[in-house]
Write a protein that binds this ligand. Structure first.
Ligand SMILES: *Cc1c(COP(=O)(O)O)cnc(C)c1O
Length: 307
């Protein structure tokens, strides 16, 4: 049995009404550690343990770290997560709750990651949050489930951070004969590393991340994400933090599910009746989820934009 669950695929009446398109949701927010990441990370952790890894190491204080911690507990393998000083108390608590060892180090992810890499010993496996073929193959399973359910969407909407989800969904579409189904790849302003790379025609490093959707805050997407845009129809879309936050609040009302702004960014296309959806009758949204959101934080951020 894999570490992820098969998630519900539902047609959302509220989102269909508001967007004017038949709107299907793949509810990855319901994965036990709170996001789709357990699909790929679970597969990667299992593969590493099969190869003899005796400890799993991550440097993510977000959903990737949560997924590694969850996988380690399920596989009875110790997990070490090195997080920067900026990691929230909630994040550290949740990691410890999953029985991970948490080390706090350095002002940003860069320093935390460097320490994590320096601590790697012979029988340890480092689990990257988005740049690993094992991850992409695992993420692709969500599209296998969609295809098996018999749904043939005319477009897929998803969020992009480092591009692992994008790479996995493209792989899933390709291996199910859905090569021509376009992917609408959504980022927030200030975390738009894919958008800027596609505009420049080469991989671009963002100087800093200014979006509240820190989960989408990879300064640079992986090479594979950029390649995907060469071999698959991909439209890159950037939305504001304000729209992403408002989508989170409305989605909570409509479906009683709390997701991060990273996920709200995708849902914003429906709530904002985005012209990017024009011409598509049936649209599949990957509700990627996210365990780091609290409703208080989302309302606080929202209040900043409405004042
Ligand atoms: C990781 C994550 C993303 C972005 O995925 P990438 O593979 O980094 O592009 C989006 N939403 C949520 C909730 C995530 O955890």
């Amino acid at each position: 049995m894999p570490l992820h669950i098969e998630t519900p695929l539902v047609c959302s009446w509220p989102l269909s009404l508001v967007s004017g398109h038949s709107t299907w949701l793949k509810l990855e927010a319901l994965q036990p550690p709170g996001s789709f990441k357990i699909r790929g990370i679970g597969a990667a952790c299992e593969a590493q343990v099969r190869r003899g890894a005796r400890r799993l190491i991550s440097s993510s204080g977000g959903n990737a770290g949560m997924a590694v911690a969850y996988a380690g507990r399920r596989l009875s393998v110790p997990v070490l997560v090195v997080v920067p000083e900026t990691a929230t108390e909630t994040a550290k608590e949740r990691l410890r709750l999953e029985q991970a060892q948490v080390i706090v180090h350095g002002p940003s992810w860069h320093e935390a990651n460097a320490l994590a890499l320096s601590m790697l010993e012979g029988s340890d496996a480092y689990i990257h949050p988005f740049d690993d073929p094992l991850l992409w193959a695992g993420h692709a399973s969500m599209i296998d489930e969609v295809a098996l359910a018999g749904l043939k969407p005319e477009a897929v909407v998803l969020s992009v951070g480092g591009g692992g989800l994008l790479a996995g969904v493209v792989q899933g579409l390709q291996r199910n004969g859905l090569n021509r189904v376009p992917v609408l790849a959504v980022e927030t302003e200030g975390a738009d590393s894919l958008h800027q790379s596609l505009a420049a025609g080469r991989l671009v490093d963002l100087e800093r991340i200014t979006s509240v959707a820190s989960t989408l805050g990879a300064k640079r997407v992986c090479d594979r994400a950029f390649e995907c845009a060469q071999e698959h129809p991909i439209r890159s879309i950037v939305v504001s933090d304000r729209l992403a936050l408002s989508a989170c609040e409305r989605f909570l009302d409509d479906h009683r599910l709390l997701v991060e702004p990273a996920c709200g960014a995708s849902l914003a296309l429906a709530y904002d009746r985005s012209s990017e959806l024009a011409g598509f009758e049936t649209v599949l949204f990957i509700v990627c989820g996210g365990a780091t959101a609290t409703i208080d934080q989302i309302r606080q951020w929202s209040a900043k934009y409405s004042s």
